[in-house]
Design a protein. Structure first.
Length: 284
């Protein structure tokens, strides 16, 4: 099994507990000369990245050192089962770690890029999921401890302020850009715009300097032309926005993009805690 390959195991995928993990860990069929752990990968021991080891680690719930079995992936212990029934996992940042967590842990984990919450690593069911955080701790009765999540919400009064800023940006910027005050800096004619069905035609694209939030603020504040032009000249690359059929609409799209960027800064939002009741892995 090569690096970053989907893991393949000698044991069946199952929800392990301390007793099952210990039985595998002590089974001589998984041991090799000069190796202390149990190789659960189908690779030879010298190439295996998945091992079970007996240990004596601190139980996070009791704060006492207890016998445990740990699953080591590469150089990281991703599963730990204690003899009293406590379980702990770690966070994951790769697909193969996620696969190994799902193969032997008590919950299914995945990453939701569209999640409106801060923690996009989730577990549970798709229609009833929870934040995975830095991993989970499950007590002997199956209850999950330490679930914390936050949702970004507009702070009180921010909606009215944002609306006023957007309106002023549109008022100040639209006329100045559309009258050609800045040339074609906010629109570009492209010859490689895909129209569908394999056809490629020319079309106007909205284009914004990479740090266009600063330019948006200048336009909103009615800054002097020379100041804005100097900012524009500082950038050598462009960010292409969505295709627009006309130059005017491309420039309007640039204005809307700048307005969105201006209003997306963190100062408009606050973290609102999301309450969770008692969650039991046996009910997921």
């Amino acid at each position: 099994m090569g690096f970053a390959a989907k893991p393949s195991f000698r044991i069946s995928t199952q929800t392990l507990d301390y007793a099952k993990a210990l039985a595998i860990c002590t089974d001589t069929d998984y041991h090799h000369r000069n190796y202390s752990g149990a190789n659960i990968s189908d690779s030879a021991p010298g190439r295996s990245h998945y091992w079970l080891y007996e240990g004596n680690e601190t139980n996070p719930l009791l704060n006492l050192r207890m016998n445990c079995v740990r699953l080591k992936m590469y150089n990281t212990y991703i599963h730990t089962w204690w003899e009293d029934g406590t379980y702990q996992s770690i966070n994951w940042d790769s697909a193969i770690t996620r696969d190994a967590l799902n193969a032997f842990g008590p919950v299914r984990v995945w990453k939701d890029s569209r999640c409106l919450y801060r923690d996009r690593h989730r577990f549970g069911r798709r229609n009833n999921d929870y934040p995975y955080g830095n991993g989970i701790v499950v007590d002997p009765d199956g209850w999950i401890h330490g679930l914390v999540d936050f949702k970004d919400v507009l702070r009180p009064g921010a909606r009215a302020e944002r609306t006023a800023i957007r309106n002023q940006l549109r008022l100040n910027a639209t006329s100045r850009i559309l009258l050609g005050e800045f040339g074609d800096v906010f629109a570009a004619l492209r010859q490689d715009v895909k129209k569908g069905f394999g056809r490629w035609e020319s079309g106007w694209m909205a284009q914004i300097p990479p740090a266009y939030s600063n330019i948006a603020r200048l336009l909103y504040e009615e800054a002097d032309n020379s100041v804005i032009m100097e900012r524009i000249r500082q950038y050598r690359s462009w960010h292409d926005g969505p295709c627009r059929p006309t130059k005017d609409l491309a420039m309007k799209a640039a204005i809307e993009t700048m307005a969105t960027q201006l209003l997306s800064v963190q100062e408009w939002h606050m973290k609102q805690p999301v309450p969770y009741g008692n969650i039991n892995v046996r009910e997921l």
